[in-house]
Design a protein around this ligand. Structure first.
Ligand SMILES: NC(=O)c1ccc[n+]([C@@H]2O[C@H](COP(=O)([O-])OP(=O)(O)OC[C@H]3O[C@@H](n4cnc5c(N)ncnc54)[C@H](O)[C@@H]3O)[C@@H](O)[C@H]2O)c1
Length: 272
């Protein structure tokens, strides 16, 4: 195992993948990006390369049309594809087959413990949860799988510190980690109160902002995250527990079916 990360591959350059790449670009790392949608990658890579140059950060940024190429020389691979267990397993397995033996594979999943994914790989000692929030929130939950080594965990922790984010150490496996678990409960209650007609979204956002002194409320935040991602995360909790109380309201699903996904489609709870 090399003790130092030099090349970071990010698999899935969507909302979070882009932000992870963007933060990593400020530091001396080479970044490899892969996404099934290649059309926007070239533009993104140029933008990040400009940022890197301006900051004087070493290392290149490249994008790739196939995953195998993107991970072939990586030391750390961060998977940030949609929140679907079977897809994540498939991606982990392909990474495992093509990345160098020393490479660490992390999942940015919002809820799925890496222990549910680790069966897909041989290198069970080199996997972990590395859960980023959106970029304005400079912290990352770090959680082990059942066989993650101390060395892997320590390298992951040091790498997070090296990009000047705070690692939040999860001591025991927890579905939803630490802060995300808390945020999940609050968000589900907000969604239910809206769906039951108890409160308007604007009112809820105002109450939240007054109470927390934050600039954004839960509905504004959900529009930023993407309502499809929010829905998938809540469905993961529902599937995990089987508890109908965990199910997100049908009204949220109806919005997704109408392509009202939040900021990315210019319409969600609010219009943009
Ligand atoms: N949105 C958030 O605020 C947030 C926060 C923390 C963690 N996460 C987690 O990050 C992951 C990604 O979420 P997101 O919000 O960035 O979703 P997103 O839909 O914006 O991005 C996912 C990207 O993955 C790509 N993709 C789909 N299938 C792929 C494949 N087979 N190979 C490569 N790329 C593929 C898509 O084209 C898309 O660009 C999820 O696990 C989510 O739970 C999201």
């Amino acid at each position: 195992m090399v003790n130092e990360i030099k090349i970071v591959a990010i698999i899935g350059a969507g909302f979070l993948g882009k932000q992870i790449a963007s933060q990593t670009a400020f530091y001396d790392y080479t970044i490899r990006l892969y996404d099934v949608r290649t059309e926007t990658l070239e533009k993104l890579v140029k933008k990040i390369a400009r940022k890197k140059k301006k900051k004087g950060a070493l290392g290149e940024i490249t994008y790739h049309n196939n995953l195998n190429e993107a991970v072939s020389d990586a030391d750390l691979i961060i998977e940030a594809v949609p929140e679907i267990l079977e897809l994540k397993k498939k991606i982990f397995s392909q990474i495992d087959e093509n990345a160098p033996p020393h490479a660490i594979i992390a999942t940015n999943s919002s809820s799925i413990p890496v222990s549910r994914i680790e069966d897909a790989v041989q290198r069970k000692d080199k996997v972990l949860n590395m859960h980023f929030y959106h970029q304005a929130i400079p912290m990352v939950d770090l959680m082990k799988g059942t066989r993650t080594s101390e060395e892997t965990f320590e390298i992951g922790k040091r790498w997070i510190e090296s990009i000047e984010f705070t690692p939040i150490i999860v001591k025991k496996e927890s579905f939803g980690f630490v802060f995300n678990r808390l945020w999940h409960r609050l968000r589900l209650e907000a969604l239910k109160m809206w769906a039951e007609g108890i409160v308007d979204i604007e009112m809820m956002d105002i109450a939240w902002k007054i109470f927390t002194h934050m600039d954004v409320g839960p509905f504004e935040l959900m529009d930023t995250i993407g309502l499809d991602t929010v829905y998938n995360v809540h469905m993961s909790y529902f599937k995990e527990t089987g508890d109908p109380k965990e199910k997100p309201p049908q009204a949220l699903k109806d919005m997704i079916d109408k392509n009202m996904l939040g900021m990315k489609t210019k319409k969600g709870f609010y219009e943009y």
